[in-house]
Ligand binder design. Sequence first.
Ligand code: NAD
Length: 473
Amino acid sequence: MALEYDVVVLGGGTGGYVAAIRASQLGLKVAVVEKEKMGGTCLHKGCIPSKSLLRSAEVFKQTKEAEQYGVLTENTSLDFTKVQQRKSSIVDQLHKGVEGLMKKGKIDVFEGFGRILGPSIFSPTAGTISVERNDGEENTIIIPKNVLIATGSKPKSLPGLELDGEMVLSSDHALNLDELPKSVVIVGGGVIGIEWASMLNDFGVEVTVLEYMERILPTEDKDISKEVKRLLKKKGIKIVTGAKVLPDTLEKSEQVTIQAEHKGEQKSFVAEKMLVSVGRAPNVDNIGLENTDIIVEKGSINTNKYYQTKESHIYAIGDVIGGMQLAHVASHEGIVAVEHMANEDPLPINYEHISTCIYSNPEVASVGLTEDQAKEQGYDVKVGKFPFQAIGKALVYGEKDGFVKIIADKESEDLLGVHMVGPHVTDMISEAGLAQVLDATPWEVAHTVHPHPTLSEVMGEAALAVEGKQIHG
Ligand code: NAD
């Protein structure tokens, strides 16, 4: 017998489950189809487990350096099994929480692989969902009024550099290592590459990063990339930018060897493991898109600003539509999509107001335009920059590297972008995000009294610095 719902969400990741909760709050009858575990990549293979490992790495490093705080420790060592157990228990706890939220919202969860069917005896339009059940029972057929595709993405590799899970790893594999390797070569110095480089280095692993572009974190403001590179090199990470990796040269024996062209020379890089972090590919395969009129362009699903595909009752959000592949973007897109299904007239997302965060040590966070982007868009910019070095709380923390950079429009005084590198900046960027949403000027940010002593004072000082009026620098 076919089941009927107002909306079926394909994929129970951060985008999908948040959308399901909002849909249920709006009084819709909701089902989620999930092939693995509710919580998806972010909870099981991404944000949460990687941040747990990053935190263990940070504590390990700080403990080894505790003497500078007047704390004497002896023979600090790492129990990586416990590090992994801690990670798993955090993930388990949050997983139970998501399952509880599904029950609370009376959202039915179907465990299996969902596929969109074309027009059939069940419905004259495409969108019926057939669930290939994980328990091997006969497929469940669901007839929804609306479908929300939230199937996420998977790690990409390079042709010839196949991920084997043993020596050539994706971040999925790396998260489940039983023990730390002595050395790692990381291909790709983007967000994942830099978070892993920082974490593994803090755990004591020898790290080399090979980045194709002329700078690491190429989507960040140039000054931020430069500072992160400087600080990571200071920690002992080897970073090679402008490196053209030659996948055909891959050799695997006791160690893994890869060659890369760099400054006209071919160089060899050897390590115990290789981590490939060259981006993530949207999960568009086998979900039945060929049974619909949905357009897939450059590997991701095309939608309008309410996330409707060419089939107006089938929506798509999150990594599967490309763009900013971030959990908080996916969940907000999901909310807009289901509110649109429920005729709630949601406000479309302004992607220039989305903050991005990188949880390396040092952390990076930014919102809005980089200086180059602002100039390319024709703005006459003024820039304020202020270092953590001059912030009392940063010295107290023992983390004085980094700065905040604010970019404003000379003509309108509008805040165009805020870029941060340094301690706890991922927890501080939302002030800049709110300032952007409220269309604040640096003057208004500077006139928000920032309590002393706090790290947030750096934001007030950087805003003053836009007019050259900073107090402590
Ligand atoms: P990315 O796009 O951030 O970085 C990929 C990097 O690999 C780029 O710098 C690119 O120039 C480089 N590259 C590509 N081909 C290469 C080659 N042949 N040789 C050397 N370098 C090469 O992708 P990612 O780091 O894999 O992350 C995937 C997605 O996941 C991103 O959208 C990212 O934002 C998201 N993510 C976000 C967070 C976070 O928000 N903290 C954490 C992890 C992942």
